[in-house]
Each structure stands twice: as structure tokens, then as C-alpha cells.
Design a binder for this molecule. Structure first.
Ligand code: AMP
Ligand code: MG
Length: 363
């Protein structure tokens, strides 16, 4: 039964993620766990160690983190932080939440607030917020006045304070503010999943946590895992390219095609430009980052989607800062695909028939 279920579910998984895993696990002792968490389908395949216990522990970790970071659960750290926005309360939070808020703040500052972890009031105005499920979400186009009134509630980052006893508190300075960590939480979870797997002797595994693929170790045949990068224009499953991934690296994809709605013939997607409050229009269809830190891979795929091709490549070429240590795949609306040089080996490009051309970007 375990073998059949992954095959049945893999279509949904690949369609929803923006990137998927192309490596077969048949013929090995691999064990796969599929589950729904953080509003998406996740999968974890472990190739060695105590796979059954490891997968149970890994899923428990994701559930534990979701209970801390969810905006829809009233007792979560994030909900309590949001409930006390502007009232001066220092809300006790778990160390994992403190670490997440600090990583999010670092990405926000370094990206010039293209990544903004307190965009929730604006996300909610578009209906991309609390009711994230596509079946219940009420999407609408907010007026310019409404957005102008909400924008001052963004940008002021949560203040995290460490106590001498190792405890943490956080506070949001302004009334009406709210954190939304949807652009970083799934990636951040990967680090905890990897720890849970490793604790059960797993050295080789592939995790797919909603658009974020982490490759622990390598495939059973010793070669890197192969990860599929979605064609953002394909109406059904279509893949632009395959890249090689191993050694703990994470590949994270963000694209406007992942969540959107149409109104009066205009398409509005879920990645918001914090400087305008409108869906980002940077000329990109998707951004894929490959990085050692899964939380940063996730945050920066969102941030670079907002910043656009020129700024993304400028940051990558600069040789300094977080993006310079990543590899990137940028897909433009003109169907040009830019792949940074570190991904050249192991790249298989499939996009020609669909009208894409690609180039390798070098420093
Ligand atoms: P991702 O799929 O990782 O690109 O994250 C998209 C999610 O991040 C959205 O559904 C929002 O919850 C949130 N989000 C949208 N725009 C931004 C932004 N500019 N900065 C931070 N988070 C954002
Ligand atoms: Mg992201």
C-alpha cells in the first residue's frame, strides 16, 4: 500500500509545489510519508536508518511547528503575537519562533523589505490571508484607499527579546499589525525535519515541503537527486528543467502561478510587492533559489520574485550577502530562463518546445 499511495499522490504533489522530485525510490528500502500540513501536501522519503520511526518523528515536527506558526490557530505563537499587536505586551514565544522571526527580519532587512513578514493586513485585504484554502478564500481587489490605509501597518518588524533564562518574547509595535510567515515557514520547517530524520539514523532523504525541496545526502545509487522545476505557464504538469540537488541543499520555488484569482479579466497573484500593496509585477513568472539554509531559500525565492531579474542578478553577482551564496533560476514573462553557473552541471532543460530559451549566467 505504501508504494501505491505515493504514485497516486505524486501528481497532486508535483502540481502544487512548483518543484518536484524526479528520483524513483522503487527497488530500495525507501519509505515515503505523504501528509497535509501548513496548507499544502508534503512528502518525505527516507532511504536508510530507522525509516518508520524517522518519518513519524519528521511529521510530528512539522505538526509541532504548524501549531506554533499558524495564523488560523488561536493559541499559536503567531496568533498570540498578532492579538497583542500595539498593546505593549511582550508575548512569550518558543525558541523556534524567535529563530524564525529573526531569520525573517534578516531577509526583510537585506532585501530592502521586498520580503516583509508583517504583510498580513494587506494579504487579508486581497483574501489571500487567513482563509488560505482555495475553496473557502474570498478573493477581492481592494481599493487604492484601502491599501494606502493598510500599508503603514506593514514594514515595522516584530521585536524579539531574549531573556536571561533562554526564554523569548516578541511584540508588534503597532495596533492592527499582524505577522504572516507563509513565505518562510515551510522552508524553515525543513531544518527541523532534517534533524528529526538524522536523529533516527537517516543519512539520505528527500523532503518536499510545499515548494521547498531539501536533499539530504544523495540517491541510493550515489548520484544527486533530480528535482523538477515547474513550467509556470503550463496549464497541466509541465516542467522547465531538472536540476541536481544533494548534500543538504534546499531548492525553493516561488511563482505567481501557485495561488491567484481573476477579476474582470485581470489575474491577481499572492506574492505582494510591499512597496505598493499590489501583486508584484517584476516581469518574472517564477524564481527558484538553491541554498544551504532552507528558511533563507524560501524567504529569498519570495523576495527575488518581488525584486525582479536585474536586481536578483545584481545581488547574486555582487559576491556579498546571502543571495551571492545561492544559485538561482529566474523565469521571465518573455520566457527567458536565467540559470546561475553553479547549477549548470546536472541541468537538463526541457522548456524549448513550450517556447522557452535559457542561458547560463556567470560571474
Ligand atoms: P512563497 O510561496 O514562499 O513565495 O510564499 C508566498 C506567501 O508568502 C504568500 O502566500 C503570503 O503568505 C506571503 N507573502 C506574499 N508576499 C510576500 C512578501 N512580499 N514578503 C513576505 N511574504 C509574502
Ligand atoms: Mg518563500
Amino acid at each position: 500500500m505504501k508504494r501505491l499511495l505515493p504514485l497516486l499522490l505524486s501528481c497532486a504533489l508535483l502540481a502544487g509545489c512548483g518543484a518536484g522530485q524526479a528520483s524513483p525510490s522503487a527497488g530500495t528500502d525507501a519509505d515515503t510519508q505523504y501528509f497535509f500540513a501548513m496548507d499544502t501536501i508534503m512528502s518525505i522519503t527516507a532511504y536508510d536508518g530507522d525509516t518508520s520511526a524517522a518519518l513519524v518523528a519528521a511529521q510530528q515536527e512539522v505538526n509541532r511547528l504548524e501549531a506554533l506558526w499558524s495564523r488560523t490557530r488561536p493559541e499559536s505563537d503567531v496568533s498570540r503575537l498578532n492579538d497583542h499587536a500595539g498593546d505593549g505586551t511582550a508575548v512569550p514565544i518558543q525558541p523556534e519562533t524567535a529563530r524564525l522571526l529573526e531569520t525573517a527580519a534578516a531577509a526583510a532587512q537585506e532585501s530592502g523589505l521586498a520580503f516583509d513578514p508583517v504583510l498580513a493586513p494587506v494579504m487579508d485585504a486581497w483574501g489571500f490571508g487567513l482563509t488560505e484554502s482555495e475553496t473557502t478564500a474570498v478573493h477581492r481587489v481592494p481599493s487604492q484607499e484601502e491599501l494606502s490605509a493598510l500599508l503603514p501597518l506593514t514594514r515595522d518588524l516584530p521585536q524579539v527579546t531574549a531573556g536571561e533564562d533562554g526564554s523569548y518574547t516578541a511584540a508588534l509595535p503597532l495596533t492592527g499589525q499582524a505577522a504572516d510567515l507563509g513565505g518562510i515557514a515551510k522552508g524553515a520547517s525543513a531544518a527541523y525535519v532534517v534533524d528529526a530524520l538524522t536523529a533516527h539514523g537517516v543519512e539520505n532523504a528527500i523532503l518536499s515541503l510545499g515548494g521547498n525541496i531539501t536533499a539530504l545526502g544523495h540517491r541510493p545509487d550515489g548520484r544527486p537527486f533530480q528535482v523538477l522545476v515547474t513550467d509556470p505557464l503550463a496549464s497541466e504538469d509541465g516542467y522547465l528543467c531538472t536540476i541536481a540537488l544533494e548534500g543538504g541543499l534546499t531548492c525553493s520555488t516561488s511563482g505567481g502561478y501557485e495561488r491567484y484569482f481573476e477579476s474582470d479579466g485581470v489575474t491577481y497573484h499572492h506574492i505582494i510587492d510591499p512597496s505598493t500593496g499590489y501583486p508584484a509585477q517584476s516581469g518574472l513568472l517564477s524564481v527558484t533559489t538553491v541554498a544551504a539554509d532552507p528558511a533563507l531559500a524560501d524567504a529569498w525565492s519570495t523576495a527575488l520574485f518581488v525584486l525582479g531579474r536585474d536586481r536578483a542578478l545584481e545581488l547574486w553577482r555582487s559576491g556579498e550577502g546571502t543571495v551571492a551564496g545561492m544559485e538561482l533560476i529566474l523565469v521571465t514573462q518573455g520566457q527567458q530562463v536565467y540559470v546561475t553557473q553553479g547549477l549548470e552541471e546536472g541541468l537538463q532543460f526541457h522548456g524549448e518546445e513550450a517556447g522557452y530559451t535559457y542561458e547560463i549566467v556567470r560571474r
